[in-house]
Structures are given as structure tokens and as C-alpha cells.
Design a protein around this ligand. Structure first.
Ligand code: GLC
Length: 742
């Protein structure tokens, strides 16, 4: 039974208590009236001090751990509200039971499912990311949550990671640029975003045990930047630790939380554990976690009968504090951060009431989806497909109808509706005839329980070939899905190729119909030996409620695709960096793992080792064509505090409007340390009507070209020769310009 707090009454009681307690407790301090509008930090900290002074030790400890699956205690006598959290990064999860992972069976918690964050990253549109966060935050506010457990920013290191679909790709600059507006958008609603999972949670296999070893260079240059941007630019109010270990210590209570996060970066928010990622009272007390969630404690198993008093930060913590084994300063700092969170959220008198499932949200979800879809191949202008009488389009493949918002783990959603690719195509094509057959069936599986397919695969295959014969065009809708060992939390993929016999089916279809296009629903790269059999391929991600409409927008040409890949597609798995150094590199040996590719993740690896990817980071086609010209930089020689202004012309040389993403990479020539050939340091998306051109620019800070110098444990800017690389994909550079840093 949920203790339902009327937050307004609580707020009034709290203000009253606060003013009385504050004044009683500290009569010598001038009387502070409760300010309207933004609570200044001086006032806020003073208030928090006054509250901490009147809280009992029991009340303080109670605030630092769960009281239910997704909430922590408040202090009823002072009117301090509980803290309510909910997943996830793409939409507000259905209500979960108080004590168990089952859903609570509510009938008013169906929401808008936004596209997965990999699709958002593929838009290369930071403004859109701000809209994403704001609209999602409105739904979290409406569902009366205080913390939204997202976004996830773990870097895409291996195509096997089950949760890559939840994250922002392989490049730290892209992830950093896209995560900041999302956080600001969410928090405009008085809802805390919770950037996760800090840190080095780059696979699901053995995620709660694996000990990650990685160099400081790779840590600071690849795996931490998006978290740093979330904290220092996004001003994120919450952050979640991770399950894995780093250098032998669990990351949920780890030295790097106190040192890097809270000291070096000045993070003033709360650190929330992942669910059941706390393993020790002393470690949790000392090493940075502020709210313990999801611990399975009875018999140290993880069952639904969690006895909250046995949590590591519950009775054991209280006991250690009372015995003086742990300083009360430790619990005071945790409570200070929690109170700051409460003031920023539920006690923020200015926050709006939120909205849910409204037209604006559906419109934004569709816009993000269409802008994130990536056109990978388009031979003979296979796409777009015009809607005309007499045309028969066969839509074949389980992913044309399969629910893709359920499953996948904690980011799963219960949307008010989910338009499937088939429904979207049927709604858009009024003249052409659309015929459909399943083609293949994947069976269902949740975590480690695999339910085999129920239909006869051979009969599905035969039927698919028959249907393909009758059509002028075949749209194969396949890829992965959200079940176990696919794009799902809890474990990783085990096969790089398309599963469920899709390759055989594609070959069979192509035998009888050459007009074959592929709509690829995945959150990860897959092997594409079948590519030559297709005329067109569209990477469609997991798009949420408006999936089918967005896919139809692109397939029909109503919207010109402008997405770019946020991670590389290797031709074969061994071409991927993490898979080039044996098992210790991935998936690890005996729960130990070493990121041997170091800083050379993704295109950094392909560039530096001169390996050609199937499709490169930053790649994406358009129904139009663009030309980048007159690339210039403002100087030839720079010093550390200068800015590099890169200007260029972009022309739309095609026959329809569209958008191009101009990317700016930088590389050091003959560096004295190991460095990637080039690294993304800026980008801009340019929208142009056909036949028009625009001058655009990207400005870089010279100081951002530094590398992390492990000899001095700080950043160093090398002097000497560098190159700027400007193009529309990491492997399609239009212009290279030399410059030097003095
Ligand atoms: C899960 C996930 C985390 C999620 C949490 C609550 O294990 O790792 O991302 O927010 O538990 O569901």
C-alpha cells in the first residue's frame, strides 16, 4: 500500500515546521522568509543545515535507503516528503509493486514511449534532445515521480552489449553533447534526471561481478566525458552507480565517486545505487553512494521479501554510527544531498503539473524517430517508395508486428499505444496494396527463460516466398528484438549475425524478388553478409509509440532521412576493437576484464588500424545530396586559450529539401603519445531547401584538444602540428586543414 503524500500539504507543513524549527533551533540567525521562485543556494544550504540539526540519527539513516522497490522514506514529522523514482530513459515505466518486481496493475500509467536513446543520438540534433528531455520530464511529473532513472551514457564498446540501445553510441563528444540538453529538459519539470551507470558498465554479461581494468587515459578520454558533461554542464541532480567493479572495488561505492565525481567535478547531487549494487555497509558509508536501492538481503539472496531494515545503509549503518565506528559526518553528507534533491523536486514550489500522452508528446516522439532513422543503402533510388495504385508491397518479417516497447529490461514500457511498422505502412499507403506475412518467429524470452517459437518455421518460410512472388516490392522487417541475448538488459548477445534464420529467408526472398528493401530494427550493429541481396537498407532503431508512422514517413519520402550512425558497423565481429584482444578484453576471464583497445574505441580503431567498416560512425544517406565546400579555419597558429572557428559552405545539390550533418574531427600529427588518427570535436546539422546553400560554422576550444596525461594525472595540450578533418561521416572527409598549436 503506497503511503500517498499530498505534497502540497506536506510542503505547507514543512515550511511551517521549518520556519518554527529553524527559528527555534537557531534564534541568533536573522529570520529568513521563505523565498518565492528560485531557491538560492545560500538560502537552501542554510535551510538544509537547520533541518539536519533537528533530524534524529534514525531519521537520517532511514532517508539513505529504500522503503520500497522505487521509493525512499521522508520524515513525516517535519513534512519532508518521500522520494519516488521510476525508470527509464525512453519513457516512464509502469507502476511497479511496493515490494516486488511485478507491475502494480494500475490502469492509469500507460505513457508515451519515446525512441530509444540510440535513435536520439543518431539525430545529431542537441536541440531535439532538449525537447526529448522536456516532454519525457512532463510525463514523469504527471506520474508524480521525483527522479527519472535515465539517461544512460555508457559508451558503445562492443556490438554484443545488450543495453547499447539505451545509450548514446561510441563517441564521448557526441554522447556529451546530446546528454546535456536532455537532462536540462527533464529537470525543467522539477524532475531529477539520473545519469547512469557510473561507470564502465559497457556490457551486461556478468555485469554484477565483472571487474573492469582500463587505463586512466581511456577512463578520462572515453568513458567519463559524458558523465562529466552531465554533471558540469547538465547540472544533473542524480547519478546512478553501476554493478561492475573498477580496479577491484564496486563502482557503486568506489574511490572515483568521492575523488572524481564529488571533489574534482564538484557534483552536489545524490548518488543512487543500482538495484542491489551495494555490497557493504562500510564501503557504502565511505565511498560515495547516498541512496541504497533494491538490495536483496534476506539470506543475502535477492528476493522480493527485501527486509529494508537489513539494508547495508539501514540498521547496520545505524549501529556503526551509534558505536562511533563511522562518523556522523558521513550520513549528514548523504542527507544533505538528499534534501537538496527534495528541494529541487517535490518541494520546488514552481514546478508545473506535467502532461501525459498528449498530442505534443506524440509529435515530438515522431519527430525524433524520423530524424534519427538512418538510410544506409539506396541502390537505384529504391527508397522512397511512392504510394500508387496497382503497386503491391509485401511486408515480411516478425519485426513488422512485434511489440518492441515491452522487454529489454528496466527500460521496458507500457505505452498507451505502439504503432507497428505494418500499421504505420498500412495507414500511409492508401493506393498501393500491402500484403503481409510473418516470415520468421523468434519465440519469446525474458531474462534466462527462452520460450521456443510456436509456429513451424518451415511453413513460415514457404509462405514468405509465396508472398514475395506476388509483390512488386518486398520490405523485409527484421533485425533483433528485446528478448534475452538480444537487445536486452541482463546479458549480452552471443551471435553477431542476424538471428532466427533471417539470412536464409532474405536469400530465399531475393531469389524470387530482386526488389528487396530491409527495415532493420536493432539497437546494435549486426553482421550484413546479406547486404548485396538488398537494394535498400534503413536502420530504424527502436522507435516507441510512433514507430510505424515514423518508418512510413521515411519509406514514403514524406520525410527525408537525416540520421547518422552513432556507432560503427564492423564488417565482421573481429574487426571491432574490443573483440581483437581475446577473451580478457571481451567478455572477460574469471570475472576479470581488461579494455585492451584502450582509447581506440569505435571509429578511432577503424581509422587508426585502417580497417574499413561496413558502415562508419557518422554515416547516413539522404534522398537529396549535399556538397561541403570552402572549408576554412580562422587562423593557422593557435594558443591554448584560443578558439578554432571552422567555416564552410553546404549546398543542397539534390532535388528536395533535406539536412546534412557536417562533422569536424581533429587529429594530432606525430603525437608523442598514442592517439587516435582523429576525434570528433564538433558537428552541426544544416537544413536546406533544394538548390540552396548556406555558410555554417563550428567553433572548437583549443583546450579541448588536450589528452589525459597519466604522468601528471591531468590534461596536457601538446604543441605542434594538428589537422582538422571536415566531412559528413568519419570515413568521408571532404577537407583536411593543417594548423599548429604554439
Ligand atoms: C536495473 C538497471 C537500472 C535501473 C534499475 C531499476 O538493474 O541497471 O538501469 O534503473 O535497475 O530498475
Amino acid at each position: 500500500m503506497r503511503v500517498v503524500f499530498n505534497k502540497k500539504i506536506a510542503l505547507l507543513i514543512f515550511i511551517f515546521c521549518l520556519q518554527t524549527s529553524f527559528f527555534n533551533a537557531q534564534d541568533n540567525i536573522p529570520k529568513i522568509q521563505f523565498p518565492q521562485g528560485e531557491i538560492t543556494s545560500v538560502v537552501l544550504e542554510a535551510k538544509i543545515d537547520s533541518i539536519i540539526n533537528v533530524l534524529t540519527l534514525e531519521e537520517k539513516v532511514a532517508m539513505t535507503h529504500a522503503q520500497s522497490k522505487f521509493s525512499t522514506k521522508g520524515v513525516e514529522r517535519l513534512g519532508i516528503p518521500e522520494v519516488w523514482m521510476s525508470d527509464g530513459p525512453h519513457g516512464v515505466r509502469e507502476e511497479i509493486s511496493w515490494d516486488a518486481w511485478e507491475n502494480a496493475g494500475w490502469t492509469n500509467d500507460a505513457i508515451t514511449a519515446f525512441p530509444a536513446l540510440t535513435c536520439l543520438a543518431a539525430t545529431f540534433n542537441p536541440e531535439l534532445s532538449g525537447e526529448y528531455g522536456f516532454n519525457l520530464g512532463e510525463e514523469a511529473r504527471y506520474r508524480e515521480k521525483d527522479v527519472l532513472l535515465g539517461p544512460g551514457v555508457n559508451i558503445y564498446r562492443t556490438p554484443f552489449n545488450g543495453r547499447n540501445f539505451e545509450y548514446l553510441g561510441e563517441d564521448p563528444f557526441l554522447a556529451s553533447t546530446m546528454v546535456v540538453p536532455y537532462i536540462k529538459g527533464v529537470q525543467k519539470n522539477g524532475i531529477a534526471a539520473c545519469v547512469k551507470h557510473f561507470a564502465l558498465n559497457n556490457q551486461e554479461h556478468l555485469r554484477d561481478k565483472i571487474n573492469v581494468e582500463v587505463s586512466d587515459r581511456a577512463l578520462y578520454e572515453i568513458y567519463l566525458p559524458a558523465f562529466k558533461a552531465a554533471v558540469q554542464e547538465g547540472k544533473v541532480w542524480a547519478l546512478m552507480g553501476a554493478y561492475n567493479k573498477f580496479r577491484g572495488q564496486y563502482t557503486t561505492h568506489n574511490k572515483i565517486l568521492n575523488k572524481i565525481l564529488k571533489t574534482d567535478w564538484g557534483y552536489d547531487g545524490v548518488v543512487i545505487s543500482d538495484w542491489s549494487s551495494v555490497h557493504s555497509t562500510k564501503e557504502a558509508a565511505l565511498y560515495g553512494v547516498d541512496m541504497e536501492m533494491g538490495t536483496g538481503t534476506d539470506g543475502l539472496g535477492t528476493t522480493t521479501n527485501n527486509h529494508y531494515q537489513h539494508y547495508y545503509l539501514a540498521n547496520p549503518f545505524l549501529k556503526a554510527l551509534k558505536k562511533g565506528e563511522l562518523s556522523e559526518d558521513l550520513v549528514n553528507d548523504k542527507v544533505r544531498r538528499i534534501l537538496r534533491l527534495i528541494y529541487r523536486t517535490s518541494l520546488n514550489p514552481n514546478r508545473a503539473l506535467g502532461k501525459m500522452n498528449n498530442k505534443e508528446h506524440h509529435k515530438v516522439a515522431r519527430k525524433i524517430a524520423t530524424e534519427g532513422i538512418v538510410l544506409l543503402k539506396n541502390e537505384d533510388n529504391f527508397f522512397p517508395i511512392k504510394d500508387k495504385k496497382g503497386l503491391t508491397i509485401a511486408v515480411i518479417g516478425e519485426n513488422a508486428t512485434r511489440n518492441m516497447t515491452q522487454g529489454g529490461g528496466s527500460s521496458q514500457l507500457k505505452p498507451l499505444f505502439e504503432v507497428s511498422p505494418l500499421e504505420g505502412l498500412r495507414a500511409r499507403y492508401k493506393n498501393a496494396k500491402i500484403i503481409h506475412t510473418m516470415g520468421f518467429e523468434s519465440g519469446a524470452s525474458v531474462y534466462d527463460e527462452v520460450v521456443p517459437a510456436s509456429l513451424n518455421q518451415d511453413s513460415l518460410y514457404v509462405k514468405a516466398i509465396e508472398v514475395a512472388k506476388k509483390a512488386d516490392i518486398v520490405l523485409f522487417v527484421g533485425g533483433l528484438n528485446k528478448s534475452h541475448h538480444q537487445d536486452s538488459e541482463g546479458d549480452d548477445r552471443e551471435v553477431f549475425a542476424l538471428p532466427f534464420g533471417q539470412e536464409k529467408l532474405i536469400n530465399g526472398i531475393q531469389e524470387v524478388n530482386k526488389n528487396l528493401g530491409f527495415l532493420l530494427l536493432t539497437g546494435n550493429a549486426v553482421e550484413m553478409n546479406w547486404l548485396p541481396k538488398t537494394k535498400g537498407v534503413i536502420q530504424t532503431w527502436y522507435l516507441g509509440s510512433m514507430a510505424g508512422h515514423a518508418i512510413a514517413d521515411i519509406v514514403s519520402g514524406d520525410v527525408n532521412p537525416s540520421g547518422k550512425l552513432p556507432f560503427s558497423f564492423p564488417k565482421k565481429l573481429e574487426d571491432n576493437a574490443a573483440h581483437s584482444f581475446g577473451k580478457l578484453s571481451y567478455p572477460g576471464i574469471d570475472e576479470n576484464q581488461y579494455y585492451k583497445e584502450d582509447i581506440l574505441v569505435g571509429y578511432r580503431w577503424f581509422d587508426t588500424r585502417k580497417i574499413e567498416p561496413q558502415f562508419a560512425f557518422g554515416y547516413g544517406l539522404s534522398y537529396s545530396s549535399f556538397k561541403i565546400s570552402d572549408v576554412k579555419i580562422n587562423q593557422k597558429k593557435y594558443s591554448e586559450n584560443d578558439k578554432i572557428k571552422v567555416t564552410f559552405n553546404v549546398s543542397n545539390t539534390g532535388n528536395r529539401e533535406g539536412a546534412e550533418v557536417v562533422q569536424v574531427y581533429v587529429g594530432k600529427y606525430k603525437s608523442k603519445v598514442k592517439r587516435a588518427l582523429k576525434e570528433l570535436k564538433g558537428f552541426t546539422k544544416v537544413n536546406l531547401e533544394k538548390g540552396l546553400q548556406k555558410t555554417a560554422s563550428v567553433t572548437l576550444n583549443v583546450s579541448d584538444l588536450a589528452y589525459y596525461n597519466t604522468e601528471i594525472s591531468s590534461w596536457s595540450l601538446e604543441k605542434g602540428t594538428y589537422y582538422i578533418y571536415v566531412g559528413n561521416a568519419s570515413n568521408n572527409i571532404t577537407k583536411k586543414i593543417k594548423f599548429s598549436i604554439l
